[in-house]
Each structure stands twice: as structure tokens, then as C-alpha cells.
Design a protein. Structure first.
Length: 409
């Protein structure tokens, strides 16, 4: 989805033997069918409804090309390890899905084939989608649909308090304090010791001018102070240090949080909750006169591994082209509550999913997490969530926590 937790450094990839053996292993491909009309696919959509929705879209694409797919879905946590093993043994699949922040690392090992020369169209995608799928100037991965995060609020709770959704940090502080009552916190977010924490902090960090190149800045400290103060004030629970994004959603739908940071993948469940009225707006900014909320780009990219079998790579390109087509992307987006990767599809998409308007607006300028640092992003991401944990748990001031995390990197 938007937060695969098991990343691996380039050094580890090379140590695992992934960088070298392609040329040798590709010829042997032991145990893999050489029939060009049978293609192997690997992704991490192991749970329904995503498993079935993606499977149907892949099948339709394969049918239009006249090939058969052998699909394996593994849990997100084990996907990268599987890719490493298959790279070493020359058994990479013909089509591979990756969480978008993982693409740079895998492309850096020569495990992937550029899509342009294979004839997969790369025009019309949002800049963030292209940034996420590009390594050293070549596009290696594309996303049919993407996602990001925003502010969800309990309509009745805000109405009862006479509040409108906050648009600034100051308004967020005030609303969170007003909305905090006996059994309810005003605000909820995920700050656990994983990449989910980093993902949820990024809009505050980036919007205020924070940069992954140097975490130890006043701008970054201001963003971290905001969240630290909310926990210290008791308007957000200390349990955010342990909560996943799913836990945050559970707090919200059970009435224990009046506002939350979350993404559209929660909507299918939320729409089934009796009596839950919610709105979705862009996350607040510190200074509305000079700042526009920057959203992190989430979603999965689809790639064609470098198997050394030109015939299969050509067929895989045909399948991906059909899978990434406008019709296919709109269908997957509508079913999965994810936004098509091409902004030109936004208007048609919103006719089908009007409740996705905030996310659709944000995607046009959403930022790829690897845009600044490329394959070095995971180290920064770990430093960021470490700093958030240190500050929110009271072990260090926000400025100290960021300085420590920068040194740690």
C-alpha cells in the first residue's frame, strides 16, 4: 500500500548477490516455463478485496493480449526478500508490483527493465507518480492508481462544538482541545516505530519546509513541535506511539477520536459503519498565506523485471499497457478508493467517486518519498520516525530528537 515496512539497503542488496548474477542466472531460469504465453506475476495484494480487484484487472489485460498469468501474492513484509531471492536464483517474475518507495533500490540493482523502450506508454502521469517510478532518468514503474492522506473529521462532533474543519495549525490545536472530552480525544494519528509514522508526519514536515537532506532544521522542529504539543496537552492520546493507521481508523469510527490523519483505503469499511458522518479536508498548514499542504504519494508501481527473455518481456509490456489503460485504471480506482495516476482522468473518476475529491485534488501535486534521496530514502525515513518517537514520548525536545536522528543517520 503506502507503508511497506521491510526495506533493505543497496549494500544489503549487493551483499545478497542481487547486483551481479543477472546475466548468468537469466539464461538458466531453472524451473520457470519458457512458454512466452505464460507469464508469472508477483504482487503483495494478499487480502481481499484488493486481491480480487487487482486479479480481475490483470486477467482482463492478459486476455486482451492472449496470454496466461501465473500469479503469486505475498504479504507486503516478505515481498522484497522474495525479490532478492529470485534475483539471485534467476527466477524473477515477468511482472512485478513494488511499493513505490522501494522501486529505486530495486532498479539500482539492474533487476528491472525500463518501460519506455518496451513500448509501455509513460505520458500523462502526475509528476509524483513519474518521480516515484523513475531511476537515473528512466521510467521503470508506473501506478494505475495512487493514494495519499488527509484530515478526516466527525461532522456531528464539530457541529456540536460550533467548529469548522481546521485549516491552520493554530486552528487544529484549538479544535483538538475543544473536541477532547471524557471518552474522546480531539485528534488522532499514527506515530509508531515504522514507516507508517514517517508517512503520516511528512505532510506537516514537507509543508513547513522540512527536507530529508537535513532533518536538523527549525522548520522540521516546528512541525514536530505541533504533534508533540498535541500529545503533551492530552488532546491526542499517548497511544499514538503504538497505533497503526488501522488502529487510528478504529479510534475514529468508535467515537474515541474526533479528527484523524488517514487515507482513502479506510473508506470501504467506514462507509459500512452505521451512523458515522465524516468529512475529509486537506491537512492544515502553519501559514496559509505562504504554504500549500504537500501530500506524500502512496501506492504501488508495476514493473517488468530484467529476466533476459526478450519475448516474455515484450508480452509483459503488452499486458502492463492494457492493465494501465484509462479504462482499467478508472475501474480499479473506483473499486479500491484509489485515485487514477493520470490527472486527466480526475473528472471522470469523481463522477464515480465524488467522496474522493480531496484526495484527487492532492494527488496532482503529491510528492514521491524518494524524489529527494532516491535509493537512500529508507535511511532517512527511519531517522524521521525515530525522531518522532523520541519527541512524542518525551525523551527529547523536538529539536534534540531531530538532531539526534540526523546524527544517527
Amino acid at each position: 500500500m503506502h507503508h511497506a515496512d521491510h526495506r533493505i539497503s543497496r549494500r544489503a542488496l549487493t551483499a545478497a548477490g542481487l547486483a551481479a548474477p543477472f546475466a548468468l542466472a537469466a539464461c538458466g531460469n531453472s524451473g520457470v516455463s519458457s512458454d512466452p504465453n505464460v507469464l508469472r506475476v508477483m504482487d503483495s495484494y494478499s487480502n481481499d478485496p484488493d486481491n480480487g480487484i487487482i486479479g480481475a484487472a490483470l486477467d482482463a489485460a492478459a486476455q486482451s493480449v492472449g496470454v496466461t498469468l501465473e500469479r503469486v501474492s505475498v504479504s507486503g513484509g516478505s515481498l522484497i526478500q522474495r525479490v532478492l531471492q529470485q534475483g539471485s536464483s534467476g527466477t524473477l517474475p515477468d511482472i512485478l508490483m513494488l511499493d513505490n518507495p522501494d522501486l529505486q533500490q530495486i532498479a539500482s540493482t539492474t533487476a528491472l527493465t525500463p518501460l519506455g523502450p518496451l513500448g509501455v506508454p509513460t505520458q500523462g502521469y502526475a509528476q509524483g507518480v513519474l518521480d516515484a517510478g523513475t531511476f537515473e532518468g528512466e521510467v521503470y514503474g508506473l501506478a494505475p492508481t495512487v493514494n495519499t492522506i488527509a484530515l478526516f473529521y466527525d461532522v456531528r462532533a464539530l457541529d456540536a462544538a460550533g467548529l469548522t474543519p481546521p485549516t491552520t495549525w493554530e486552528e487544529l490545536r484549538e479544535a483538538a482541545a475543544t473536541l477532547t472530552t471524557g471518552g474522546r480525544y480531539g485528534f488522532s494519528f499514527c506515530a509508531n516505530a515504522t514507516y507508517e509514522n514517517t508517512w503520516q508526519f511528512l505532510p506537516f514536515f514537507w509543508t513547513n519546509g522540512g527536507t530529508e537532506r537535513n532533518l536538523d532544521t527549525p522548520e522540521a522542529a516546528q512541525a514536530l513541535e505541533l504533534l508533540t504539543d498535541l500529545v503533551a496537552d492530552g488532546t491526542a492520546s499517548r497511544s499514538v506511539l503504538n497505533w497503526t493507521q488501522a488502529d487510528v481508523k478504529d479510534q475514529f469510527i468508535s467515537g474515541k477520536a474526533a479528527m484523524m490523519v488517514n487515507g482513502p483505503w479506510q473508506l470501504p469499511e467506514m462507509e459500512t459503519v452505521e451512523g458515522l458522518e465524516y468529512g475529509i479536508v486537506t491537512l492544515p498548514v502553519r501559514d496559509p498565506a505562504t504554504q500549500v499542504s504537500v501530500a506524500p504519494l502512496g501506492g504501488e508501481v508495476w514493473t517488468i523485471p530484467n529476466t533476459g527473455n526478450a519475448e516474455k518481456e515484450a508480452k509483459a509490456a503488452e499486458v502492463l499497457t492494457a492493465f494501465l489503460s484509462d479504462t482499467s485504471s478508472l475501474s480499479m480506482g473506483e473499486q479500491r478508493y484509489t485515485v487514477p495516476g493520470k490527472p486527466s482522468l480526475g473528472a471522470e473518476y469523481l463522477q464515480r467517486r465524488p467522496d474522493m475529491s480531496t484526495f484527487t485534488d492532492l494527488i496532482t501535486d503529491a510528492r514521491a518519498r524518494t524524489a529527494e534521496l532516491g535509493e537512500d530514502w529508507p535511511a532517512a525515513a527511519k531517522s524521521i520516525y525515530t525522531a518522532v518517537q523520541l519527541a512524542l514520548s518525551g525523551q527529547a525536545t523536538p529539536a534534540e530528537a531531530l538532531a539526534e536522528a540526523e546524527d544517527y543517520r
